[in-house]
Ligand binder design. Sequence first.
Ligand SMILES: CC(C)(COP(=O)(O)OP(=O)(O)OC[C@H]1O[C@@H](n2cnc3c(N)ncnc32)[C@H](O)[C@@H]1OP(=O)(O)O)[C@@H](O)C(=O)NCCC(=O)NCCS
Length: 162
Amino acid sequence: MISLAACLVRPNVHIGPAYPKDAPAIARLLAASSNDCVPLSEGELLARLGEFEVARSPAGQALGCAAVGERADGRAWLSSVCVDQRWRGTGLGRQLVQRALERSRAAETDLYCVSRSPAFFEALGFELLDEPAPTLRVARPAGGPPRRTLVRRCPFLAALAC
Ligand SMILES: CC(C)(COP(=O)(O)OP(=O)(O)OC[C@H]1O[C@@H](n2cnc3c(N)ncnc32)[C@H](O)[C@@H]1OP(=O)(O)O)[C@@H](O)C(=O)NCCC(=O)NCCS
């Protein structure tokens, strides 16, 4: 049964909660973008499944994913934003991030992320922070653009601060 939270984002593509059967496909998506995303094993994904949403084709194929989870620092982090190479440039990445923002707004929290492609997140309302990116548990390939930390402020909290 499709969750009530599921949402039609493009003709025939739905974004909704991840299920255990999605774990192998999510692991493949992340592994195929390991320069930008931290690869996760199926076991790690199953342990964090509640953080993930998946964009699915009508046949149930996972076309993209994004995760929102609280880390040890108490912040909510957006991670594993990834779209199948064949579907990039179709607006799916934007839709996955917008859904993540809706989830963090519902929780009334700022949403942080780390990226080597900050322009993508800046286009979606995130601002660059002048603070080091958190250390990764996996080694990254040398070279390439630096990892930057970004935040999307929760409108509710921003209004309280005024
Ligand atoms: C980044 C990624 C998720 C974007 O997904 P996508 O479906 O191609 O993005 P969209 O089609 O929704 O593009 C939305 C906007 O972002 C822009 N954009 C997309 N990728 C971009 C990038 N790498 N750098 C800068 N801008 C980017 C698009 O031009 C578009 O702008 P527009 O609406 O003004 O035309 C996808 O390229 C991907 O999976 N990359 C590998 C993993 C990754 O880098 N994840 C982010 C860090 S976890």
